[in-house]
Design a protein around this ligand. Structure first.
Ligand code: FAD
Ligand code: NAI
Length: 471
């Protein structure tokens, strides 16, 4: 075993949380080590999450559009064929480019990148089982746990990533399944249902709750996108609980029951995707060696400055509280380094956008109508449909709407919800407005270029504080 010099910061995990903290700390002149066991940097997001899934979503959309949405635009195409192997290669090109880019950035910022599995030996020492064999250890004045999350398994259905798959298998299938059953109609379920349905699978999504979209999606929006996805050919069974699954040979039988009890059904599938959520990952980290605890959902317990009960050991990203989103992990990574270096940092948890990359996209920031009702907060609603937006009409992509929720007294924005083409880009404007405490009138009085989709955002704001012009 060898031992390097003591670091100012040792980071366990090279995902978005870990690598961003490493770069930021390097920029701040700190001596940093980042330990990652995967063999590549970028964590779930770059390797098996955000990036590969968006590559498949983008290219499967293109394929589906060429097949079904060109003739009326005046484009006649010949023989269109799917080359799944090439589609996967394109995904790998994006992933490899980005993970190598992160490695370069760590080097550029003077971060020592240690390839191996880290665990606590004591409160300042991390033992590392090196990927290439052997062992080393590294000591740090500060330690950051950034070990991320893993798939929540479905009891009784062992994930083999061939027949019973998690999102990791869903981004790497070698052939298009004939029948795909998705357990869980959250964001992973719906994004992956979209990919494989576009490529030719008959997809059934089983969701326990009465609404799809996972936690946080506005109910009106969830209903709207469900209708659109249904038109695209996806079958939904909401209010339905998966009881069990049984694998026999190359097939899986999925037993379901109405969530409120009663009606049972068996669904046949050649592939089943388990997408019922993710859970923090702290396995093998040796938290017990230093007396650190996790809560009942496995989250590392921290205070508002990301400190565990051992103050120089902190935790950010999926391994602790809050939404499991890459940009949330990134914000926390910057803030935690600022806390360590300067004693202050900032993340506005009321202002973290969510985007679901279906077609059309769904995006939101701030509170939903059901949140506001539950908290007894009065609100005013303004909506504007893309069917009345000139750019959406030009593009012949008119599904969806923008919905703004504002305080009836002060007109201050409370929430913004969009279903529509490019909603994921448009939500940045809403996020900025919310962050700066804008009113709907502020947006309504801001000039937006014509013809753009973002005019729908301006018009929804007009509808919130007065009246839209074009609807
Ligand atoms: P992770 O990215 O999980 O990184 C943790 C890293 O720590 C891993 O690489 C792991 O190997 C390493 N590690 C763990 N233990 C040890 C150890 N003991 N020693 C060394 N290394 C260790 N979020 C979005 O915002 N937008 C999206 O579009 C999006 N799409 C997604 C799609 C899918 C299919 C999935 C699964 C997730 C998606 N997410 C998305 C969520 C996003 O990937 C996570 O929120 C994000 O990766 C969290 O970052 P993290 O650094 O906390 O954890
Ligand atoms: P999720 O929590 O979003 O959704 C899981 C869904 O499964 C819930 O709607 C739940 O009601 C349902 N469910 C649970 N048990 C069930 C059962 N027995 N039968 C039927 N339905 C059941 O989790 P998901 O989709 O797995 O995603 C995990 C995380 O990854 C999310 O927290 C999300 O933040 C992140 N992610 C983000 C993306 C993005 O930002 N675009 C894309 C993909 C993932």
């Amino acid at each position: 075993a060898s031992q390097s010099e003591e670091k100012d910061l040792v980071i366990i995990g090279g995902g978005v949380a870990g690598y961003v903290a490493a770069i930021k700390a390097g920029q701040e002149g700190m001596k940093v080590a980042c330990i990652e066991k995967r063999g590549t940097l970028g964590g779930t997001c770059l390797n098996v999450g955000c990036i590969p899934s968006k590559s498949l979503l983008n290219n499967s959309h293109l394929y589906h559009q060429i097949l079904h949405d060109t003739k009326h635009r005046g484009i006649e195409v010949g023989d269109v064929k799917l080359n799944l192997q090439q589609l996967m290669k394109a995904k790998e090109t994006s992933v490899n480019g980005l993970t190598k880019g992160v490695e370069f950035l760590l080097k550029k910022n003077g971060v020592e990148y240690i390839k191996g599995t880290g665990s606590f030996q004591d409160e300042h020492t991390i033992k590392v089982e090196l990927n290439d064999g052997g062992e080393t250890s590294v000591t740090g004045k500060n330690i950051l746990i950034a070990t991320g999350s893993e798939v929540t398994p479905f009891p009784g259905l062992t994930i083999d990533e061939q027949t019973v798959i998690s999102s990791t298998g869903a981004i790497a299938l070698e052939k298009v399944p004939e029948k795909l059953v998705v357990i869980g109609g959250g964001i992973i379920g719906l994004e992956m249902a979209s990919v494989w349905s576009r490529l030719g699978s008959k997809v059934t999504v089983v969701e326990y709750l009465d609404q799809i979209g996972g936690p946080g999606m506005d109910t009106e929006v969830a209903k709207g996108i469900q209708k659109i996805l249904k038109k695209q050919g996806i079958t939904f069974k909401t209010g339905t609980k998966v009881l069990s699954g049984e694998k026999t040979g190359d097939e899986v039988k999925v037993q379901t029951e109405a969530a409120k009890g009663g009606k049972e059904e068996t669904l046949d599938a050649d592939v089943v995707l388990v997408a019922i959520g993710r859970r923090p990952y702290t396995g093998g980290l040796g938290l017990e060696n230093i007396g650190l605890e996790v809560d009942e959902r496995g989250r590392v317990i921290i205070d508002s400055e990301y400190r565990t009960k051992i103050p120089h050991i902190r935790c950010v990203g999926d391994a602790t509280f809050g939404p499991m989103l890459a940009h949330k992990a990134e914000e926390e990574a910057v803030a935690v380094v600022e806390y360590i270096k300067k004693g202050y940092g900032h993340v506005n948890y009321g202002c973290i956008p969510s985007v679901m990359y279906t077609f059309p996209e769904v995006a939101w920031v701030g509170q939903s109508e059901q949140d506001l009702k539950k908290a007894d907060i009065p609100y005013r609603v303004g909506t504007f449909p893309f069917s009345a937006n000139s750019r959406a009409k030009t593009n012949l992509d008119t599904e969806g709407f923008v919905k703004i929720l504002a305080d009836p007294e002060t007109d201050r924005l409370l929430g913004i919800h969009i279903i529509g083409p490019n909603a994921g880009e448009m939500i940045a404007e809403g996020t900025l407005a919310l962050e700066y405490g804008a009113s709907s009138e502020d947006i309504a009085r801001t000039c937006h270029a014509h013809p753009t989709l973002s005019e729908a955002f301006k018009e929804a704001a007009m509808a919130t504080h007065a009246k839209a012009i074009h609807f």
